[in-house]
Design a protein. Sequence first.
Length: 52
Amino acid sequence: MSQTKTSFYTGEQVDQAGEYICEAGRRTALKEGDKFPYCPVTGLDTNWYLAN
């Protein structure tokens, strides 16, 4: 059974273009091939979630 990844971490490569939300709640548009950035609020590593 295949599992769909629901969170992504700073530095990982973006597999699917779209709008992502960091743990602080800031939305950022990312393109396929980009790297997930540091949190735009704290400047620290963070988890990112694909916005629905």
